[in-house]
Design a protein around this ligand. Structure first.
Ligand code: GDP
Length: 466
């Protein structure tokens, strides 16, 4: 009969496969000790080893031949990463030795672990919550120190505790509201509405901050997004090439968020940017100008820096004006979107009525994408426009992933409904319904309420052995 999942003992290589001085093998589950005992010499038994201490041992094949001399640690449940009985074996690296050991373990009753299965067990056994489990994956993925700091903060559990606290307060507030409903005929209220309103507003502010943090966290991980906007022929592609060529650090092509755009990663003054290419748009067969503009608009929606390009050798026209207005609207809408007016084709004689922004606070720079003059100044301006953001402390750069962001957004919708019901002095039941939804979403966020689908999705991104 097949064992139930949690009764199975899993084993996996926890270090990257291939040549290396040491490889780590992890075993977790009820039969972890007995399986490893099967590799030790008959008179030795893991049970005689002290828990959480390192030992040296020889491991043997089924025929009693020596496989390797290793160090190992036995972790007695629940004092282990997964909360189950765990053994970690540190053997010599390379392909053969670790494989022979794992094969032997499987013959003795282990099965190979799925990606993230150790962490999933840790989650199930309450060793971690979902946010901490996700932080483990992020920690492994981290490529920048700021991103790492964020992951560590979450792993440490401060964020989870903060959410738990808020959730507990809401549960209490909700209980009070609902208690009031039971006594509604006697016209008593157990909930202090003014107090509740204050707390909900605080929560709303906190969620808003977290959501802003999402954008900043993404930028640190993936680069600040630059959108180059302008009429056809003003020199957008040339500018893009100039920015890429100038630094000579074209890192890679990665597919953009929409199918019609391409991102190019580039370091500008040491900061990572993603130049979102809308330039190819015009070349699409039969593509008309307005569609091109539509696409640019969609790209600009998500940009951190908008480069609005005009051809300074031509008189400004209605189309420039219309695009400029849109860029301004995006700048004003966005939390911290930078807008820079790039007056291109500086090498040509200037037009008599070149396009100018009315706004004083839009920085304008003259460049020639063709000759490269002014590009260095433009790069300074681009880097400076995001620099304050790139120096944010880890508290400001909240480390939020997409799943967490979606939960927070839903919580915020319910929260604002509850606040508006409070504002209108509606009956407690309306408020309670929305608060229940906020509580639910916070529960989903921490992982108190999850479905197998969600867990499967999260853990499929883990590496094997974690
Ligand atoms: P886009 O449609 O905005 O992407 O514009 P392109 O980059 O394709 O440029 C349109 C035309 O303007 C091309 O012939 C470019 O060589 C030319 N061009 C671009 N930048 C400059 C510049 O700084 N000076 C001059 N003289 N020509 C430029």
């Amino acid at each position: 009969m097949a064992h139930r999942e949690e009764q199975q003992t899993i084993a996996a290589l926890a270090t990257p496969p291939g040549k290396g001085s040491i490889a780590a093998i992890r075993i977790s589950g009820p039969r972890a000790f007995s399986c490893v005992n099967g590799l030790l010499l008959a008179k030795r038994s893991l049970e005689n080893f002290q828990s959480n201490r390192i030992f040296v041992a020889w491991l043997h094949s089924a025929e009693g031949e020596a496989l390797d001399q290793v160090t190992l640690v036995r972790y007695q449940a629940p004092r282990s990463y997964t909360g189950e009985d765990v053994v970690e074996i540190f053997c010599h690296g390379g392909r053969l030795v670790p494989n022979l050991i794992i094969e032997r373990l499987c013959a003795l009753g282990c099965r190979l672990a799925q990606p993230g299965e150790f962490t999933q067990r840790a989650l199930r056994n309450g060793k971690l919550d979902l946010i901490q489990a996700e932080a483990v994956a992020d920690l492994i993925d981290a490529e920048s120190p700021a991103y790492l700091r964020g992951a560590l903060t979450h792993l440490e559990g401060a964020f989870s505790r903060q959410l738990e606290e808020l959730r507990a307060k809401l549960v209490h507030a909700c209980a009070m509201l609902e208690l009031g409903l039971d006594f509604s005929e006697e016209d008593v209220e157990f909930a202090d509405r003014a107090e509740l309103q204050r707390e909900l507003m605080l929560l709303d502010k906190m969620i808003a901050n977290l959501l802003h943090g999402f954008a900043r966290g993404q930028a640190l991980k993936e680069g600040w997004r630059i959108a180059i906007i302008g009429k056809p022929n003003v020199g957008k592609s040339s500018l893009m090439n100039a920015l890429l060529r100038y630094e000579r650090v074209i890192v890679s092509d990665i597919p953009g968020t929409t199918r019609d755009t391409i991102d190019e990663r580039v370091f500008i003054n040491g900061l990572l940017f993603r130049l979102i290419d809308t330039a190819g748009i015009r070349e699409h067969a039969g593509e008309i100008e307005t569609i091109g503009i539509e696409r640019s608009r969609a790209v600009a929606q998500n940009a951190d820096v908008i480069l609005f390009v005009t051809d300074d050798s031509q008189n400004g026209d209605e189309a420039d004006l219309a695009l400029a207005k849109e860029c301004l609207a995006l700048k004003n809408k966005g939390e911290r979107v930078a807008l820079i007016h790039v007056k291109n084709k500086f090498d040509l004689p200037a037009a008599t009525r070149s396009f100018l922004f009315d706004e004083k606070n839009v920085q304008a720079l003259r460049v020639s994408a063709l000759s490269g003059s002014g590009i260095a100044e433009l790069e300074h301006a681009i880097a400076a426009s995001v620099l304050p953001l790139s120096n944010l402390s880890s508290a400001e750069v909240q480390h939020i992933n997409l799943r967490q962001k979606l939960c927070l957004e839903q919580a915020r919708v319910a929260l604002s409904n509850a606040l508006s019901s409070l504002d209108k002095n509606l009956s407690a039941e309306f408020i309670a319904v929305d608060l229940r939804e906020v509580i639910h979403q916070l529960g989903v966020l921490i992982g108190e309420v999850t479905t197998e689908d969600v867990l499967g999705e999260i853990f499929s991104k883990f590496c094997i052995g974690k």
